[in-house]
Design a protein around this ligand. Structure first.
Ligand SMILES: [Zn+2]
Length: 119
């Protein structure tokens, strides 16, 4: 993402998405739900401002997000929820390493996502 002096504003709450580790776009990129080209085009959001995805992050460092309504994970298929929690939580943890380990953006996606991109 090219930074041009001003931050990217969240489509939902209007606040600056100051950090890649807080970015819904990048989280979806890490877990293979967003094409890298879309990183520059799609609207930015905080992870917590996309609760339908954020509810699947299960980590002490991430305040739990609940969804009221149709996509509440408590109403979804248990197996589906378990798979999503595994994937999204792993993706979120990987995203948190970007700053500490200095991963380049192309190395961000989870291993299986990168493998499928290279096919
Ligand atoms: Zn927001």
């Amino acid at each position: 993402m090219a930074k041009c002096g001003e931050g990217y504003l969240c489509e939902v709450c209007g606040q600056d998405v100051g950090n890649i580790t807080d970015s819904d776009l990048y989280l979806r990129y890490v877990i293979g739900q967003l094409d890298s080209e879309m990183l520059h085009i799609a609207g930015e959001r905080h992870i917590r401002c996309n609760p339908v995805l954020a509810q699947f992050i299960v980590d002490d460092r991430f305040p739990a997000v609940l969804v009221d309504g149709d996509f509440d994970k408590r109403d979804l298929d248990t197996l589906h929820v378990a798979q999503q929690e595994e994937l999204v939580t792993r993706g979120w943890r990987r995203l948190q390493k970007v700053l500490s380990e200095g991963l380049p953006v192309t190395q961000l996606p989870l291993p299986e996502v990168r493998a499928s991109l290279e096919e």
